[in-house]
Design a protein around this ligand. Structure first.
Ligand SMILES: Cc1cc2nc3c(=O)[nH]c(=O)nc-3n(C[C@H](O)[C@H](O)[C@H](O)COP(=O)(O)OP(=O)(O)OC[C@H]3O[C@@H](n4cnc5c(N)ncnc54)[C@H](O)[C@@H]3O)c2cc1C
Ligand code: SF4
Length: 416
């Protein structure tokens, strides 16, 4: 979106007094305010409004699924089409990036020190808010800040420079400690900090539990995406690729494999298109790349001797019974087996927490960490947020967890 287009779009905004868009954005960006600033040519001011609410403003400007948040409730959508809110805040933050960051205000500093474990969206959202509240913040992560958006989201959707526009800006608000935390480390951190926020995400891929899964050429999806993102020598993509799983992450893997030159890429999903929980942009991109999606198909085993040669599949039909997600249960159809040839199989059936050192924390269904309304875990003074408490979510939801948890930490310490 260029200046002219942003101005025209800003003129369309109805400036609703109740701003349903702001309420629907998990980080509650003041949408009418930043749009009215674009109207009056105050683009840096608009960027400031967005960045003050959302620590990963530029990243969200690129890949926030706006159709499920702010834009889904835009009043203008009832007249003709919703305001392009995400595109407009991307325009503002990129305009600011090109002109150098706007001056950073000095926040008042208290003597209290808070630890944040994990520098993904939730950790960064929390660190930024804590800094605004005046705390000294130490962020622990063995990798560069950014979490999944840095390590796994394909570069064709999120280029490094877009994420770094955010992480470079945020870097001035905390001290980065390049280390991975374990149970002993957590104990040390708790002793040297007033409170701790955990945000380690979901680092372990779930497995299918099928025979042949250990064959060469069968790769878990996070590993696949991370290796590809790490550079050209990171991952060789086969000619015939099968991706197992029907979520956004599987579509990312499939589109990536096609872009890297695979001749055929087939996604297999056990339900129909209607039950797929994917964002439209992801599905469109995969289809544009020539990815084939086989619905109502279940993998039965992975075939091959030393190396993968194919996936044995079985057709399914949907029963009237629903599972916990509210979607109809797929039932396998006897005698309907068939084989899809493959020299690379990517397993994308979800992620779980990768941290034995959190065994002492109360968990909820799915193994995620249980927190109260104030984001506090079962261990006093230790708070948590992001995917590790809610399961696979979005960047903006994780940033919002971090932000709300920071305020809860502030209340917790103020009440002491
Ligand atoms: C392939 C893929 C594509 C996605 N696409 C989108 C998208 O387009 N839009 C969107 O909104 N969302 C998308 N998501 C979801 C989004 O990326 C996640 O919801 C979000 O990253 C979760 O943030 P988090 O901070 O909870 O965890 P993470 O992003 O996983 O960050 C966790 C951080 O903790 C660190 N860590 C782990 N263990 C330790 C330890 N022991 N000590 C110290 N640090 C540790 C990790 O190195 C990492 O930096 C996608 C997810 C995936 C997997
Ligand atoms: S961060 Fe996402 S939900 Fe919030 S205003 Fe931007 S596009 Fe909308």
């Amino acid at each position: 979106m260029n200046f002219q287009q942003a101005k025209i779009e800003a003129e369309r905004c109805l400036q609703c007094f109740d701003a349903p868009c702001t309420a629907a954005c998990p980080t509650h960006i003041d949408v009418p305010k930043f749009i009215s600033m674009i109207r009056t040519n105050n683009i840096i001011g608009a960027a400031e409004v967005v960045k003050t609410s959302n620590a990963l403003a530029n990243t969200c400007g690129k890949i926030c699924p706006e159709e499920v948040f702010c834009q889904s409730v835009c009043t203008r959508g009832k007249q003709d089409s919703p305001i392009q809110i995400r595109e407009m805040h991307l325009f503002a933050t990129q305009h600011e990036r090109e002109r150098g960051f706007s001056a950073t205000r000095e926040f008042p500093k208290s003597n209290e020190r808070i630890a944040v474990v994990g520098a993904g969206p939730a950790g960064l959202g929390c660190a930024f808010e804590l800094a605004k509240l005046g705390y000294h913040v130490d962020v622990y992560d063995s990798r560069k800040p950014g979490g999944v958006p840095r390590n796994s989201i394909p570069s064709f959707r999120l280029a490094a420079r877009e994420l770094e526009a955010d992480t470079r800006f945020l870097g001035r608000f905390f001290r980065l400690k390049k280390q991975s935390v374990d149970s002993d480390g957590l104990e040390r951190i708790r002793k040297s900090h007033e409170a701790t926020f955990l945000a380690v995400g979901l680092g372990r891929d779930r497995t299918l539990g099928l025979s042949g899964e250990k064959l060469k050429g069968v790769v878990p999806v996070l590993k696949f995406l991370e290796r590809v993102k790490a550079g050209p020598s990171g991952m060789k993509v086969g000619k015939k690729v099968v991706v197992v799983g029907g979520g956004n992450v599987s579509l990312d893997a499939a589109a990536t494999a096609k872009r890297l030159g695979a001749e055929s890429v087939v996604v297999i999903y056990r339900r129909s298109e209607k039950e797929m929980r994917v964002w439209k942009g992801e599905l469109d991109e995969a289809r544009k790349q020539g990815v084939e999606i086989r619905f109502l198909t279940n993998p039965v085993s992975i075939m091959g001797k030393d190396k993968v040669a194919g996936v044995r599949c079985r057709r399914t039909r949907l029963s009237r019974q629903k599972d916990r997600s509210g979607r109809p249960l797929p039932v396998e159809i006897k005698g309907s087996d068939f084989v899809i040839e493959a020299d690379l199989v990517v397993v994308a059936v979800g992620q779980t927490i990768d941290a034995r050192w959190l065994d002492g924390f109360d968990r909820k269904e799915g193994g995620y960490i249980r927190v109260g309304e104030d984001f506090q875990t079962s261990v006093p003074g230790v708070f948590a947020g992001g995917d590790m408490i809610a399961g696979e979510g979005t960047i903006v939801q994780s940033v919002a967890h971090g932000k709300h948890a920071a305020r809860a930490i502030h209340e917790f310490l103020s009440a002491k």
